[in-house]
Write a protein that binds this ligand. Sequence first.
Ligand SMILES: [Zn+2]
Ligand SMILES: [Zn+2]
Length: 131
Amino acid sequence: MSKGDDFELHAIIDLIGEHCHLKHSKEDPAENHPAVDYLCQNFGMETSTDNGHATNDSIVDFSVRIPICQECVDALLGDEWVLLYCVNCGSSQWVLKKYSKLNWPFWLHVKWMDVCPICYETEKEKDDDHD
Ligand SMILES: [Zn+2]
Ligand SMILES: [Zn+2]
């Protein structure tokens, strides 16, 4: 198992020739946007104790590393947009908070999802094939 530190450098080298992997418009697809950074997040079980205080130790089950362009970096740093990202299938969607029906907290920049409508449809199709 890797501790992850080594991968930071590799990440930067890998970026050459990468394009943004987040959602852009049809008119201006992500392929037109060279990646300038990685959006990284680790997911895992947090270990906590039963006697009331949680520890900061967590076990990383898996991590995501998404090449993103400058435009997406700017959106993530601002408070106007929230990125919905499905870690299951890698689909993403930007939501402008002020036009959203949901009340997104201003500090939230990325909403990581285990499943999205696309996954849901794919799963359903698989089930249909079975019958
Ligand atoms: Zn982008
Ligand atoms: Zn999905």
